[in-house]
Design a protein around this ligand. Sequence first.
Ligand code: ME8
Length: 541
Amino acid sequence: STLSCKDDRSYYITTPIFYVNASPHLGHLYSAVIADCLHRYKLLQGFNSKFGTGTDEHGLKIQQAAEAAGKDPLNFCTDVSERFKHLFNSCNISYTDYIRTTEQRHHQAVKHFWSVLWNKGLIYKGSYEGWYSTQDESFLTSLQVGDALDSSGKEIKVSLESGHKVEWMKEENYMFRLSAFRSQLLDWLRGNPRAIQPELFSQIVQQVLQEDLADLSVSRQRSRLQWGIPVPGDAEQTIYVWLDALVNYLTVAGYPDKHDQWWNVAHHIVGKDILKFHAIYWPAFLLGAGLPLPQTIYVHSHWTSGGKKMSKSVGNVVDPVECSQKFTIDGIRYFLLRQCIPESDSDYTDDKVRKLLNAELADTLGGLLNRCTAPALNPAQVYPAFCPQSFPYEQGGRAVVEDYHMLDSVKNLPAVVEQHYESMHVYKALEAIIACVRKTNGFVQRHAPWKLDRRDSEDQRWLDTILHVSFECLRIYGTLLQPIVPGISNILLSRLGVQPGERSLADVNFLPRHQGMDCPFEGRALGSDSGVLFTRLENPN
Ligand code: ME8
């Protein structure tokens, strides 16, 4: 059937679409960088990859923010949406579609989607009574609500999960038959243990699904909420912003009439704050509409600052534009992906960024490239030749057993990295890469090529062989790092003389000379740019 027919060479990745009630912060950039990394990785693998991001512009929260700013809502949304777009452009987030929920194509998709659910009898008119958090645009049960004091010391009710204020609401609404989907959702998660990753989050969702699900209110009275898409056939009601927002993933895929190619290979990146919407509501809507479920929902935890979740309402946000100016764009991309473990929160400090980037990008990776390309060791400035007689230790060459261990690690590295990318453990991929870079530094250190004498022909061949092996390692590292630090990888590969058409994963073929094959790079002139990958950051204090 067309529903199960997957195009093996297509891939579709999304970020959440971000609320435009305030400017972007580092947490938003983080989700975008993960998605960008996976998108670029798929392109390197030869996939046809689509990457959607954008802004979520409807709902009560935006309506109130625009009112508070004294602005027309659409102008208000356009201003902030442009800020997100500008941030993503400046950080090399290579999205292929930037969606705004105020666009016409999206209105059409949402109305169509609503009508499908309506025609299947999954939406009915009812009355809703319960807690609502405008900040989270979320309905909560009394078990999810607790007591707190607001800033003026007044007793209020808050969401236990987010800490945001909730209010009691009672309205005539349209309701979606969420309760009918509980067992189908459980079957989906049990049958697809990799549908929600990491595993921890799949467990959390399965736990929630042990209990009955209540039906979900999917509209608000127009008198309360004007800023949104009207319910088809009932202008007195506005569609609930989360139903509206989730459909963005379909809009980008070409819904309602040409979404098959992309919709069958969809992957979502989301923060754990919006797990319920993506892992329960969204799959239930899709099942209801008779559409395939996403292939993977990749969930990540939060960046905190001063121990608290970075958020506009707490006021502890880190400005990503400032960060990229202080630490460079590749620097901040590297830090975000290297530091954050999806399963747990990470606290941000400038000091951590500086230490990590100095150690890994400047000293370890930059140091290796500098050593191997320095004119003192490489006076001809070419990709050095490998001498098959100098290397193998079984045949009287000079390599030692540790060198063979290093070669094995580097040879396996692309497969290791691939496996970590596929499970969104980008930090593990980076850990594996940097461990190999250290091994190559150890290899150079061990054989101290600077002590060899170029006038002695045997020494010279061994020196070139050491450099050739190091270059081959660097070529692999540069190729694998492209999705993470595209700028630095480009400097590195260009310095080695590796051309833009030789940088895909199909080109990695590590150290062919060691297996008696030709190496296309040997003897090539090095790139003339200095090859400074990352300039050490000074401590400002
Ligand atoms: O929830 N650490 O939008 P939003 C890491 N419009 N990631 C963070 C973060 C932090 N401290 N803070 C935010 C919405 N994020 C809805 C989504 S999707 C159909 C609609 C990231 O502007 C993370 O991805 O509040 C989180 O899920 C998202 O931004 C929430 O962004």
